[in-house]
Structures are given as C-alpha cells and as structure tokens.
Write a protein that binds this ligand. Sequence first.
Ligand code: AHR
Ligand code: AHR
Length: 516
Amino acid sequence: MTAGARIWHARKALLILGAALALAVAGLLGGAAAPSRAATQEPCDIYAAADTPCVAAHSTTRALYAAYDGPLYQVERASDDTTTDVYPVSAGGVANAATQRSFCAATYCTITEIFDQSGHGNNLTDAPAGGADGGPDVLANAAAAPVEVDGSEVYGVYISLGMGYRDDDTTDIATGNASEGEYAVLDGSHFDNECCFDYGNAETNNDDDGDGAMEAINFGDETTWGYGTGSGPWIMADMENGLFSGENAGYNSNDPTTDYRFTTAMLEGGANEWALLGGNAQSGSLATDYSGVRPSGYTTMKKQGAIILGIGGDNSDNSAGTFYEGVLTSGYPTAATEAAVQANIVAAGYAAYALPSNPFSSGAEVSLQATTPCCTGDYLTGDTSGDDVGIESVTSSSSTALKEDATWIVEPGLANSSCVSFESANGSGDYIRHYDFELYLEPNDGSTQFALDATFCPRAGNSGSDYSFMSYNYSYDYIRHYDYVGYVASDGGSNAWDASSLWDEDSTWLNVSPWS
Ligand code: AHR
Ligand code: AHR
C-alpha cells in the first residue's frame, strides 16, 4: 500500500472504527497491585463532612471515598467487543489495574465508562454529537496514560483529538445559579491550544446555549478567550463562550502558567462569586488564582448540570489532556475544605510511571543489531527506495547506501522528549513511525499523530539485556522484527507478528556503533 493509500485507509478506518481506534495490547505493567493506603478520609469524605458533598466523583486511578469498593471504570476490548469493570484493590484503595492488563493483554482496550462513585449514577460515557462536532466521540485508549499512585501502576484518561466523555442526564448536579465546587487532577505536561479540554458542568443538549450555560474547569494554552502570565497552560473556567482566567475576558495577571506534571485544578462557582485555584498535586498547597465576582454577562449563571470530560459544552473536541480524578460537589466548598482535599491528593502519591533513564544522547548515531539467533548479522534498516523498515544483513563490505539505511540519528522523542525518535541517517529526513502496527520510514508531517507514532521509549531489553523500544502511544507494544519486517508488537497479541515465540529476542536490540 502506498503512503497515500494507507493514509486514506486509516482515515476511513478512523471514521468506521471511531471508538475502537485507541489501540493497546499485552502486559507492559505486570505484577500485582500494592496494598492500598488505609486512609480514613478520601476527598469525597472531606467534602461530605463540610456539608458540600460530592454529587459526582470520577477516577480511573483510585477510590475517592474511604469506603468505596465499587467499580471505577469499564474497558472494552477490540478482540471480542466484551467489557470488564476495574475495581479498587480494596475499599478506598487504588485501581486494581491488573484486571485491565490481563483482560486487554492480547488485544487493545478503550475506556467505555467512568463510574460515579458518589452514588448519584452520574457516570461518564462516550460523548454524543454536539453543535460544534459530530459524534459519538472517540473513546480513550485505556493504556495510553500509565501512572503510579501510591506505588501501584494504574492508568489515567488520555484525551486527544476527537475524544470526549459526557453525561447529559444527571442527578443532583448544580443547575441555574446554584453553587458547586469542582476539582480535577490533570497531567500538566499534556495540553494544547484547541477548544476545549474541560471537566465540569455543561449543557444537557450538547449545544452552545449562551453565556453562563456552563461552569467547567478548563486546562490548556488556548488564548482566544482568556489567558494568564507566562506561556501557559493555565487553569481557567469555561463559562460558555469564554474561558476565564479572572474577572476580565482576555488577560488576567493573577493566573499563572501551571504545568506541574501532576496539577490540581479547582473551580468554585456560586451566586456572582467564583474562584480558581491551582497547584502541584504532588506537594504543597493551592494558590488562589482568582476569587471574586463573575465576569460581565455571567452575573447570573444558567448552569444546566450535564457533565463533560475532554470537550467543550458544544462538543468542541479538538483539544488534548490527561485526567486522573475529579469531582463535582453540591455547595461552595470552604477554604479549609479545599486545603484538606489538596492535602489528600498529595498524600495519594501520584508519580510519573518510571521510564528507565534514556541511554541515548540526542543527536547520537546508532545501529540496532537484532539479537535473535537467526539474525545476529542483521540490523534495523529503513529502505531508501521505499518506506519499509525491517532487518537486513549488513557487513563491512555492504554498500554505503545500505550502511546509511542501517544507521539512525537518535532525536528527542517527537511526542515526549524523555523518549526517542529515530531519524534515518540516509539523508531522507524520514523517521521510523508505526502505522497499523507496521513500521515505516516517513517524513514528519508535523501532526500529533505522527509524533505519537514516531516516539519510542527505551527500556531494559525484553530478553533481559540490552534494549527494547516501547511504543509511546501503545504502551503494550515494542519494536520487533518478524519475518524480517519491522512492527510494533505485543507479546501474544492478535496479529501474526505478536507471536509469543521468540518475542523476547525479536524485540530486544543491541545498541552498536553506527555503520555509517
Ligand atoms: O466557552 C468556550 C467554548 O465555546 C465552549 O466550551 C463551547 O461550548 C463553545 O464553543
Ligand atoms: O500502528 C497503530 C496505529 O495505526 C497508528 O497509531 C495509527 O497511525 C494507525 O491507525
């Protein structure tokens, strides 16, 4: 298939598959979950004790009540379209993500539902079409945001273009001018300047119903409506037809760039009063980025009480971000409650999933030698005459062109500089990227998709030594050769190249001196 045909094919597949697009596969994060911390109060216990109870509580990482032992979220796997629910390891504990890993091991999974832990049934599911964009929205890849909470490996909700969740038929969420509180724990390094990565209160008809019809936390560096100091991202409030960083539309000097890897964002909304707070979800307290009266035109709110995640009120679904946990409360939380909730979030122990330190210096040239006994004279090559990536025998008497095809310039990962991208040393300016799980050598088209598909995270070799390269967006998959062709493959997955036989060796590479 030509690159063009593949792109067309994939666009079509995107349209047809929609929600099934997010791909994952077999066990990156093996091992049993650690026992949970025995907290007596989790965020929603704190809100309840202060008489501003949670009326929706969503998290794929942990229970938000000390007594909660119900389902946290549901995943659906592509191999047979069946679903399973992920529960906490124990009441009040972290998600038992081992359930997801084993259920999704030989296929890929999307997050189909995020359950409301508050008992109000305000579960988030696939967002329907709205005034701004069609639908239903794409569902998030269940494996795209690995993270540690309290030492256990769990998953967040990784939202990118076209993805979103919603509940238009809620119970007890604030409407009209009634007071509410909201918080969300987000990945401060994953954002963009599109509309609108939101979590909170929105229209029940998926349309833009005018100023004041929404009240949701917004996170990103979209500056069309509002912004603060620095270059963003900022925590703002989406009150419909406006992302507000303070009382005024546009710039407000008190709203700082907030980009902690784990960021706590809070929004409180009452009768002609509202507040924005933000801080580091791993330490310290929250700063008040705004507290005061409503912007002009928003003095009396017309909240409708739907809940959105990852989209704007009218299903504007062009934005990106990662969500770990969040709630909506009834009533305007006090400063003491806000502080106690932030302390609980800090104590929860969010930490980045540990990638091994990157052994490759930026700009270094390397060759990657196959380690399977069949093929130790072979190296990972990218063909100058086509766009195929595979393994080939290279010797000192090979042509200069072949030696260049077997040499890679290691660049900071296009999607994440903690990982790497491999640019060909053959002068084409092309990078290795996966597409339908096969590897190709293609020019960087500047798209987010290309960056994700061309980013690989070096890890200890799957056969116990040397290196393996984990796909950044499909974290169960590693660069592997199979029948001399390059793929991203999972151990025991559903494609021929996922075969368990020789998987460890085929996906383990020696980092050797460059051929050219
Ligand atoms: O307020 C910003 C956005 O404007 C809202 O999220 C959306 O409904 C509208 O397009
Ligand atoms: O390689 C797997 C996926 O296939 C890529 O992420 C996408 O570009 C294509 O649909």
